[in-house]
Design a protein around this ligand. Structure first.
Ligand code: NAD
Length: 398
């Protein structure tokens, strides 16, 4: 048995080797044998036992999402977070890292990217930094997990993907909703043919409260910042590309959105290459909490999933029937999905299995978001095949 085969057998036995066929959308343009060298510890270890393979990780950006990924990764036996970097690194971050056994804390992301022991980097910094960091990491031969969106400019995203392709490293995009226990089951039913040919995909995606003005200003707008997850869901659930987008948008929650040419409420209709239709409804404010529901409907039936709640207690009384609001926001609702997406990334590096949400998935969701933006401004349906021409005509928007 080769060294890799021995490790694979060990992982299979221990249950750490995950299925590589869980997800099946999109082409795999940035797959390939990684250049980064994963260290395999203990392959020729003592008879009867193997030490675990450890993927060494550096995290760039330790804000909300970077810390979530760090806390998940340090619990995995086959990953080790060796370094974190943040522009505001200081005593507070050092103390946070020390508790977690993370030895290196730096302000300089290049220290992580060029660190000889690091196999993979997690890019969790603000969106405007993703493209340069992806290019640098790819050039240094590191595998990459990058938060969504790759960028707000599809030409830049294409450049980043080209750097990844050239370097032959892996790139996973943080489309965590693909790993949500509910949505994953919906996809499995669609793929298994339970509901037959798909006719309609309905996605409801509403935040509990709008972000602050400073965030709105740089967010890239509702389509690129918020609905990007829903565009990925639409592709993931249907297993089909989107061909056409038509948007109705409005400012109904807070006039501040209008100041930045943004909307806070939207109905987005989609036409898929398969012929199916889709509708996404977005709001920046649902007073009852984070509203994340899906229905897929086909010739043999439908699959629906409801919101998750902190508990299922229902109190019935003379004045009515009351239950808990849905889980508050994405950190609460997608806790399990964040764990799973990172574990699958680590497994993919160990087993060289395909990534479930790759660079092309990131690009396709951005293309739909751009079509949505154009549709809102032009007040007409926009085909994705028109994007190149519209990008020239409306250069100031891209
Ligand atoms: N998948 C999801 O559910 C999800 C949820 C939230 C955010 N995100 C994405 O994650 C990214 C970060 O979002 P956040 O909410 O954690 O933001 P945040 O502002 O809380 O954290 C970003 C951190 O990155 C640091 N940073 C910025 N530039 C840096 C650089 N060059 N080097 C090192 N550190 C740098 C900042 O100092 C900050 O601490 C965004 O792209 C966002 O869209 C994804």
């Amino acid at each position: 048995m080769t060294c890799t085969a021995t490790i694979r057998a060990y992982l299979q036995k221990s249950g750490s080797l995950r299925s590589e066929k869980l997800f099946d959308t999109g082409s795999r343009s940035d797959q390939g044998v990684g250049r980064a060298k994963i260290q395999l510890f203990g392959c020729a270890g003592k008879a009867g036992g193997y030490n675990m393979i450890k993927i060494k990780i550096g995290i760039i950006g330790t804000g909300r999402i970077g810390k979530i990924h760090a806390d998940n990764l340090i619990r995995f036996p086959n990953a080790e977070v060796v370094a974190v970097s943040d522009l505001f690194a200081g005593p507070e971050l050092e103390a946070w890292a020390a508790v977690r056994g993370i030895g290196l804390v730096t302000k300089n992301s290049l220290e992580i990217i060029n660190h000889p022991d690091i196999d993979a980097v997690f890019i969790c910094s603000s969106t405007d930094t993703h493209v340069p960091l992806i290019k640098q990491a790819a050039q240094a031969g590191k595998h990459i997990f990058c938060e969504k969106p790759v960028s707000m400019d599809i030409a830049q995203t294409e450049e980043a993907l080209e750097a990844v392709r050239k370097a032959g490293v892996k790139l996973q995009i943080g489309f965590n909703r693909r790993f949500d226990h509910n949505f994953k089951r919906v996809r499995e039913h669609v793929a298994a043919g339970t509901i037959g040919d798909l006719h309609i995909v309905k996605i409801t995606s509403r935040d509990p409260s709008p972000p602050p003005k400073e965030y709105i200003k740089v967010s890239g707008g509702l389509f690129m910042d918020m609905a990007i997850h829903d565009f990925d869901m639409a592709r993931f659930l249907s297993g089909s590309e989107v061909e056409e987008v038509y948007v109705q948008g409005a400012v109904l929650v807070d006039p501040v959105f209008a100041e930045f040419g943004d909307v806070d409420t939207a109905i987005i209709t989609l036409r898929f290459a398969s012929g199916a239709l889709g509708v996404i409804d977005n709001s920046r404010k649902a007073v009852y909490g984070y509203d994340q529901r899906v229905e897929v409907f086909g010739c043999k039936g439908s699959v629906t999933v409801a919101n998750d709640h902190p508990n299922s207690a229902v109190v019935s009384g003379a004045d009515g029937v009351v239950s808990e609001k849905p889980l508050h926001f994405f950190l609460e609702r997608y806790t399990q999905a964040y764990v799973e997406e990172t574990q699958i990334f680590i497994d993919s590096l160990i087993n060289d299995t395909p990534l479930p949400a790759d660079g092309n998935d990131g690009l396709q969701a951005e293309r739909i978001a751009l079509a949505a933006k154009f549709s809102y401004v032009l007040k007409r349906p926009v085909k994705l095949s028109e994007l190149t021409e519209l990008r020239h005509q409306m250069a100031e928007m891209v």
